[in-house]
Write a protein that binds this ligand. Structure first.
Ligand SMILES: Nc1nc2c(ncn2[C@@H]2O[C@H](COP(=O)(O)OP(=O)(O)OP(=O)(O)O)[C@@H](O)[C@H]2O)c(=O)[nH]1
Length: 684
């Protein structure tokens, strides 16, 4: 029965939340029967505000006084070498943003001796600068741990995953090498939109789930309510929930045995140590010393330094320079075996040669490639152009190093009349785009001009052909428009949760953003769950910020592709002295054109120089000028040396100046500097 319901759940959309799933037969995740240690654990769990709770920091003291020793490379290999596949556990931590995944990972790493518990470990696995600065996980990170339980060593591969919906592809890719997931819920916030979304993915991929309520140390923690929600929404057993404080470490030690008892090892029918090598590339990044590094899931066989391997897709061959595990940084090992998720250094520097999802096999081996990953489907596009005088080739090379670490970015060359040769970049969402932009700006600063984000519009022509337009300047208008029979824009199906009292405000917000097909459901905990179709163009125009604004920060949002809908959309061009600045063209809905036209024209005026001739800035859409601003010419004082009474001479000089200006204006091409573009495009 469970399997039948599971297969129905696979590929579930949010709509099921409002009908099928909630009315379905009560579903139990099949982990409870295996839970042989459950009773022991629950007896020892410390509940907040109990007598033991007062002394709960003791755990931390214990751990700090008797830390698990950190192993050197030889000790590591010796122990790992003896661990059979049945003692491997590969799992991921999933949760809503900020519910404590990275903090819980820190505590698990301390408990298993991967990092030193006597130092202040904070988000050890958030390795990127932007992750540390913004306090959010952007990249999924894998780390290995050894844990001794009842006298036997176990090998854990833990994946700390990003919570934000834009990085969902990272999470889905990571799931491929996992058999279980820790589903984390913040005790004070309860279930949020991304908890629901992540649950669906984990569930549909058959992962065994361990529900955990975190942040029980907070005064605002409401464990009962969180338990009720987990039981009601996910139909998981209340008895199986572990209550922890990842911050203080309270009860975290009880998670480790739960992982062993409730998450199965990698399937022995799928992973074979004796078969020829097959390792799937899960992730990759660039290191300036050793070049490209790949994270691989070894499915069959073994791999070691000196092995000659080839990529199944490209057929390129390499000698392996180094293999090892992430512990939490690179630790070299003599070899890797099936079941391990670990790193491989192929000894080349060209980032283009690696394709995530591809399979590594030994040269000459005829084994089939493993099934690849879902291709990224970008929702947001921007143009990136080197500013005046920057070396295009050099910049492209360094961009490729960034792409190596983020395979969800789609990247192709493009050219603009105004900005020259550059790249079109596609992202999975606006946070993804803004994080990547920040990484680019950090590295390239003023050398890069990034255009305004746009979404992929669909154009259907009279001859039946269709085209997806990602460059607004290519959007059909004028004579080209006569060939078009349909224009559509992409929508997202947004899922929002917020306290009931904000329902009216959120509905108005959705309406103002051309939202449609609202569906509401009131949850028992005073929250509203709302589903709504919103144009992607509005979503990327800070819809999340506006949602937070109208709900005082209490709302959460998740979304998925909502498909294309017919729309009354037009290209809006900005003209400077009659010339179209292609890099500033946008596609807008009819209802926005007047307002945006006026706004764009008056903003651009602020960033252009005063010339010796008049500069006219116009916004044009559907063959009509919507807005216009003029920058008056710089006026030279031609009368400075003239005697005040010489009126005829004065008139003559002014007339001469006027004639000269009108001539200049007719030939006057306005040179717009890179900084002016940057300033205009910067929205904050
Ligand atoms: N009081 C308290 N704070 C916690 C606890 N666990 C995490 N936090 C805090 O919650 C914030 C978010 O924690 P993270 O571990 O970064 O959350 P995350 O889920 O990894 O966040 P993303 O990666 O951005 O999705 C940080 O300020 C943590 O210090 C806890 O048990 N108690």
């Amino acid at each position: 029965m469970i399997n039948v319901v599971r297969s129905q759940l696979r590929g579930l959309r949010y709509s099921n939340l409002f009908n099928g799933f909630r009315n379905s037969t009560r579903i139990r995740i099949g982990i409870r029967n295996n839970c042989t240690i459950r009773d022991g654990i629950e007896d020892s769990l410390i509940t907040p505000h109990s007598d033991e709770y007062k002394g709960y920091l003791k755990y931390n003291v214990d751990n700090k006084n008797n830390p698990t020793p950190i192993l050197d490379n030889n000790e590591l290999y010796e122990r790992i070498n003896k661990i059979p596949l049945k003692n491997y556990r590969n799992f991921i931590i999933v949760a809503h943003v900020d519910h404590g995944k990275s903090t819980l990972s820190d505590r698990l790493l301390e408990l298993t001796g991967v990092v030193n518990p006597t130092v202040d470990n904070k988000q050890v696995l958030d390795k990127l600068d932007v992750e540390r600065e913004r306090g959010i996980t952007v990249k999924a990170q894998t780390v290995s741990m050894i844990y001794n339980y009842k006298g036997e060593d176990y090998m854990f591969h833990l994946v700390d995953s990003p919570g934000h919906v834009d990085f969902r592809l990272e999470v889905v890719r990571s799931y491929a090498s996992c058999q279980g997931a820790l589903l984390l819920v913040d005790a004070s916030e309860g279930i949020k939109a991304q908890t629901v979304a992540n649950f669906y993915i984990a569930y549909s991929m058959n992962l065994h789930l361990i529900p955990i309520i975190n942040k029980i140390d907070l005064d605002t923690a409401d464990i009962n309510r969180a338990e009720e929600q987990i039981e009601e929404t996910f139909e998981l057993f209340r008895d199986d929930i572990v209550h922890v404080s990842a911050k203080t470490g309270l009860n975290v030690k009880y998670i480790l045995p739960k992982i062993i008892e409730n998450i199965p090892p990698p399937n022995e029918d799928k992973y074979h140590r004796e078969k020829p090598l097959r390792a799937q590339i899960v992730d990759s990044w660039y290191d300036s010393y050793v070049g490209v590094i790949m994270l691989v899931n070894v499915v069959d066989g073994k791999i070691k330094k000196g092995d000659k391997v080839e990529f199944c897709q490209s057929g390129e061959k390499y000698d392996i320079k180094e293999v090892g595990i992430m512990y939490p940084d690179r630790r070299e090992l003599p070899e890797l075996v099936a079941g391990q998720v670990a790193y491989v250094i192929p000894g080349f520097k060209d980032a283009n040669k690696v394709s995530v999802g591809d399979t590594l096999r030994k040269v000459g081996s005829k084994v089939e490639a493993l099934a690849g990953f879902e291709e990224p489907k970008p929702m947001v596009f921007v143009g990136a152009f080197p500013a005046d005088g920057t070396d295009f080739k050099k910049m492209e090379e360094s961009l490729q190093h960034l792409f190596l670490n983020d395979r969800s970015v789609v990247f192709q060359r493009t050219t603009s009349n105004a900005l020259g040769q550059g790249w079109k970049l596609g992202f999975l969402g606006s946070l993804h785009s803004s994080i990547f932009k920040e990484r680019l700006e950090k590295e390239h600063g003023k050398n890069l001009i990034i255009t305004a984000p746009t979404v992929p519009y669909k154009v259907k022509f009279k001859d039946g052909s269709e085209k997806i337009i990602i460059n607004p300047d290519e959007f059909p208008d004028g004579t080209k428009k006569s060939q078009v029979i349909e224009l559509s824009e992409p929508y997202v199906e947004a899922l929002m949760t917020f306290p009931k009292e904000y329902t009216g405000a959120v509905m108005t917000l959705c309406e103002n953003n051309r939202g449609m097909n609202n569906e509401l459901q009131y949850l028992s905990n005073g929250q509203t769950l709302m589903k709504c179709l919103i144009p992607t163009a509005h979503l990327i125009d800070d819809f999340v910020g506006k949602l937070k604004g109208v709900t005082r920060g209490y709302a959460s949002l998740d979304y998925e592709d909502g498909g294309y809908y017919l729309s009354d959309i037009y290209k809006m061009e900005l003209l400077v002295n009659g010339e179209n600045i292609d890099a500033l063209s946008t596609v807008l809905h009819k209802s926005q054109i007047e307002k945006c036209g006026r706004e764009f024209v008056s903003r651009l005026k602020n960033f252009l120089r005063i010339e010796q001739f008049e500069v006219i800035i116009q916004a044009r859409a559907n063959g009509r000028i919507i807005a216009r601003e003029t920058i008056k010419a710089r006026r030279k004082d031609v009368l400075a040396k003239l005697h005040a009474s010489d009126i005829s001479r004065r008139k003559k000089l002014l007339a001469k100046q006027k004639a000269g200006k009108s001539q200049l204006q007719s030939v006057g091409r306005v040179a717009i500097k890179g900084e002016a573009f940057q300033a205009f495009l910067r929205r904050d």
